[in-house]
Design a protein around this ligand. Structure first.
Ligand code: AMP
Ligand code: ZN
Length: 464
């Protein structure tokens, strides 16, 4: 499998560093509310990425954290008047439930930031000892970015933007900040009244970790100094991932991630999602409007991860149609297998192009297009050929994490088996261009009260 790498800006083959297991880290959700469909674009694409590796026979180790202590979780737990633990436990459970509905595999390891405070303190101590960090008079500790000349390489900050000399004595204490305010960033935040009960003892006094530090400490714990890939949405390239690189490279050696996989943002109605615009969709909102999580997943994988994807309610309706069309054609393919039960799966058959698209920079829209072309190409296959094709289709669907809808549309409902068999027989005559037989069976079906509407890659039956 080949994938674009943000750091080298090239397509690169993905190979497990240790020769056996592909080990990767994804920045997880900040659990202070329900995840929105923009967050899920990133999590779903990471899931397709993992499933593609596994479908291709590569073992994976997927680590994704839970950000359960930061500026936002503390602020909102206080607003809600509950403890940070109680507050974040509820949103973590909600996140897990939404992921399951979307068909996302749970990570193999899911560490929480609060459960790794000693590891974070140890990392700050190592950075201070090596001269990469210093304590400010209030007891906060900052990373000295002038001490790491490689700072800015991932986000390709040019020298004009990045004058490390100018960062002396400028400090950012907030978790999030913009590129034009590059400065030493906070590793450990001294206790403030607004933190309430959320503070821990450290060599620099009471306080709490900065957000960037959390991922570096959990990565060190579960993946060590060298691992295969790191991923998140594009908004994390700067400063979050830049800061992770600085902290990890300077504290534990190693090269850190060998590959960087960033997912471009989801837009809604052509613009940014925001609560104030009322366009911040969650799975629950969309469910209320009658759309299923699988339809949401279809929309999210309908665009290439390196391009912005514009989400509209119309795109969900189109996804519904596409999924039911795919399901109908797949059922027709299955119905042509007949009594055949033994066959060998050697490749993806008519779905080879769909699979190749996934292996070529995770081209999910290409894979969806390839499925429809494959179904069309498989329209005249029967017996073991149909069985092999169906096995190929199911492998691609598994890699995409798509579950096709059950037949509940009017077109498919309650079709008796003898009528279905007649329709299938006629379809085969039609494919063989035996127009006389095809017309004869169409008339037989009509006499039994069924209309057959022909499409490019299948047919629909309706009463009347
Ligand atoms: P957060 O819960 O804010 O820490 O974000 C979780 C993940 O969602 C991160 O990888 C973000 O980069 C990603 N993300 C946030 N907004 C969007 C968006 N609109 N489109 C795609 N990914 C996003
Ligand atoms: Zn992170």
């Amino acid at each position: 499998m080949r994938l674009f790498d943000t750091l080298s800006r090239t397509d690169r083959e993905l190979l497990p560093h240790d020769g056996t297991t592909f080990r990767f880290y994804c920045c997880g959700p900040t659990v202070y509310g329900p995840a929105h469909i923009g967050n899920f674009r990133t999590f779903v694409l990471q899931d397709v990425f993992r499933r593609t590796l596994e479908t291709g026979g590569t073992r994976t180790l997927h680590v994704r954290n839970i950000t359960d202590v930061d500026d936002k979780t503390i602020r909102d737990s206080q607003k809600a008047g509950v403890s940070l633990t109680e507050f974040t436990a509820g949103w973590t459970a909600k996140f897990h439930a939404d992921c399951a509905k979307l068909g996302c595999l749970p990570p193999h390891i899911e560490p929480s930031a609060v459960a790794h405070i000693p590891q974070q303190i140890a990392m700050v101590e190592a950075l201070v000892a090596k001269g990469h960090a210093y304590a400010a008079p209030d007891g906060s500790v900052y990373f000295k970015i002038a001490s790491f000349p490689e700072y800015g390489r991932l986000s390709h900050l040019d020298t004009r933007e990045l004058d490390l000399g100018k960062t002396q004595n400028t400090r950012a204490n907030a978790d999030e900040y913009e590129k034009d305010s590059i400065s030493d960033f906070v590793l450990w935040k001294a206790r403030r009244p607004e933190d309430g009960a959320n503070f821990w003892k450290s060599p620099w006094g009471e306080g709490r970790p900065g957000w960037h530090l959390e991922c570096s400490a959990m990565i060190k714990e579960y993946l060590g100094g060298d691992f295969d890939l790191h991923s998140g949405g594009v908004d994390l390239i700067f400063p979050h991932h830049e800061n992770e690189i600085a902290q990890s490279r300077c504290s534990c050696g190693g090269h850190f991630a060998a590959h960087w996989f960033h997912i471009t943002h989801l837009l809604v109605d052509g613009g940014k999602m925001s609560k104030s615009l009322g366009n911040l969709h969650t799975l629950d909102d969309l469910r209320e409007r009658g759309f299923s999580p699988m339809e949401v997943r279809y929309v999210l994988i309908g665009g290439h991860y390196r391009k912005p994807l514009n989400f509209t309610l119309d795109s969900l309706s189109a996804a519904r149609e596409a999924l039911s069309k795919m399901a109908r054609s797949a059922r027709q393919l299955a119905s042509r297998i007949g009594a055949e039960t033994t066959f060998e799966t050697v490749d993806f058959g008519p779905f080879q192009n769909a699979w190749d698209s996934l292996c070529n920079d995770l081209n999910t829209p290409g894979a969806l297009g390839g499925i429809f072309t494959g179904l069309r190409d498989a329209a005249d296959l029967t017996g073991s050929d149909a069985a092999k094709a169906l096995a190929g289709l199911n492998r691609v669907l598994r890699a995409l994490g798509l579950t096709l809808p059950e037949p509940d549309e009017a077109a498919d409902a309650d079709v008796p088996t003898d009528i279905r068999a007649l329709a299938e027989e006629r379809w085969q005559f039609r494919l063989a261009k035996n127009w006389a037989k095809s017309d004869e069976l169409r008339a037989t079906l009509a006499a039994a009260g069924w209309q057959m509407k022909d499409g490019k890659d299948g047919y629909e039956l309706s009463r009347g």
